[in-house]
Write a protein that binds this ligand. Sequence first.
Ligand SMILES: [Mg+2]
Length: 235
Amino acid sequence: MKYMVDLDGVLAEFNRSFAAQLGVPTIPLDDKSWPTKWDWPEDYASPEQLAEVWNTVRASKHFWEDLPAFPWTGEALELLHAEALDGEEVYFVTSREGVDIKRQTERWLSKYGFPEATVLVSTQGDKAGIAHDLDADVMIDDRPEVLTKIREWGKDTLRIYLQVHPYNSTFAIRAAEDYRILPVESPVTAIRSEYARREIYQHDCDVCNGAGTIASVGSCPACHGTGKSKLNGNA
Ligand SMILES: [Mg+2]
């Protein structure tokens, strides 16, 4: 199984650092007055200030590496890392800009619990294309535009989770249902759902005594439903 997991707004709290760079007060996550757009710090600055801050961010060798985590990040990365150790594929996909993005992101992930992560940096911001090319099974992101596009371009079996924030809660309520996108309070909920789903839908092949993990009798890659598997010696 292949996970495709977003960084900013899902695992890393970009806005807090970005607001600090702009000299804008940070708004706590649980504040009811939280703005309804994801890049709200931009509303507090002039185009010139924004350009200056973005130049600073792009030139920094540590801005992305120093981003704060969300309260759930450690547990989410622990669960994802367990999935990776179990043979699942985990891709962290980001559209970040700047110096040494891949390694800054890898070091950040390692610091919060996922060593030797696979990080993909999309300079075109085309996550739908990446999901398609990876043939991803699970996607976790916070941007409605990204997820809507992926829903349109991705395979039918792709399971999409929306990390809910005040800036996307309207989408979560109204549009997510239409696009079969599952709103979650944190990526931990999404990953635990995947654990539960696997327990329900995937089990050891009971025809060849567990040579393959399968969704149904007949789909076992070892015996193809015949029970004759060379792997367990009963062929
Ligand atoms: Mg994001």
